[in-house]
Design a protein around this ligand. Structure first.
Ligand SMILES: [Ca+2]
Length: 144
């Protein structure tokens, strides 16, 4: 009984020390801050703002995305963005559904959109106007 317990503890300790536990907060593809304005968006980031006009003149949620994400829901960012800024990626695609599906809009480096209700994007890969306000569910990013 004691031997079994010691073995279990040993395994638990090994698991805790394994390098697989490298998914620290610093490695997360999405982190959240509060703020407003384009200057709140760090270099090499795609910023999703909770409100239009980059949260206007008041502090609100900003999700800083630094890698492609198939689902924004684990970050409590699903269907929430109302304005966006691509600050450093060669290309970004913001998609209405998970895993890069659904209507989407493409932003080249430096491109910003103060509103997402009526933006030039793609539906079924046809160029058209799409409504992505409070709809973005996944993000695809390309480095330069
Ligand atoms: Ca959505």
């Amino acid at each position: 009984m004691i031997k079994k317990l010691a073995l279990a503890l040993g395994l638990a300790l090994t698991a805790a020390l394994a390098p697989a536990a490298a998914s620290s907060a610093a490695d997360s593809p999405v982190r959240e801050i509060r703020g407003h304005g384009l200057e709140a968006c760090p270099d090499r980031s795609l910023c999703l703002y909770q409100d239009s006009d980059y949260n206007g003149g008041h502090d609100a949620r900003i999700w800083i995305v630094t890698d492609s994400v198939d689902r924004l829901s684990p970050f409590d960012a699903n269907d929430r963005a109302s304005s966006v800024y691509n600050h450093g990626f060669l290309k970004a695609e913001l998609c209405a559904d998970a895993e890069g599906m659904g209507d989407y809009v493409r932003l080249r480096n430096g491109k910003k959109l103060p509103g997402l209700k009526h933006v030039s994007g793609y539906s079924d890969h046809q160029s058209t106007y799409v409504n992505l306000n409070d709809a973005i569910s996944s993000v695809r990013l390309w480095l330069g």
